[in-house]
Design a binder for this molecule. Sequence first.
Ligand code: ADP
Ligand code: MG
Ligand code: MG
Length: 241
Amino acid sequence: EPILKVDNVKLTIDGKAILKGVNLEVNRGEIHAILGPNGAGKSTLAKLIMGIDDLKSPTEGEIIFDGKVINGLEVYERAKLGITLAWQEPARFEGVTVEEYLKLSARNNPDVDIRKCLEEVGLVPEVYLKRFVDDSLSGGERKRVELASILAFKPKFVVLDEIDSGIDFTSIEDIQKILETMKEEGITVLMITHNEKLLDVADRASLLCGGKVLETSDPQSIKRKFEECKVCDVLDFEQKG
Ligand code: ADP
Ligand code: MG
Ligand code: MG
């Protein structure tokens, strides 16, 4: 049984059909990539899975996590089930130190060593534990802290929406390693990305285009499909204006 099943999910916002019958299965323990043009609905699907931005229920269809329909559940209820998300633009928490943030993330995992979580994401604990999770950290540092918090939280399932955006090449190699660590920890990863290096560590991928998943297969064939997809070209063009 897949850990996540998106079953014929349609979403209409203000009369505009954004998702038009998405079918997607994510297997337990895999790293599953989602590719698709700008405006295809990738982030919207991610938000529906997390239940954020008032996107708690699709207009039609079901989202099934771990055998349970999660349509309508609140974010914290989904978090309790083991679902979490990392942002394209990571969160800021004024007045909260990295140490407090990671301890909070690890509150249900007494065996977790938060210093080790920081090391896993390439941050020296002595340097970062007392820093604040706010604008005094660079975007890249906040992204790493957020990934450390996921390692500390140990969710069953994490959605990563374009975490590679605005990240330099060497950091991409770090993210590759972090993804592999997540997989070793048994965390299932759904990541929205077009990055070659991150696709290298994916087990499978799906192409989301025109509000539907056109195909699920190995990452390299999906990448080729994406590059050849005429529908995708048109959509990307329309979005760019
Ligand atoms: P992607 O992440 O694939 O680039 P998005 O999921 O961000 O695409 O957006 C998909 C489409 O839905 C876009 O056309 C976008 O303008 C539209 N959209 C997203 N959120 C809303 C909203 N809250 N209200 C109206 N339209 C939205
Ligand atoms: Mg986009
Ligand atoms: Mg997006």
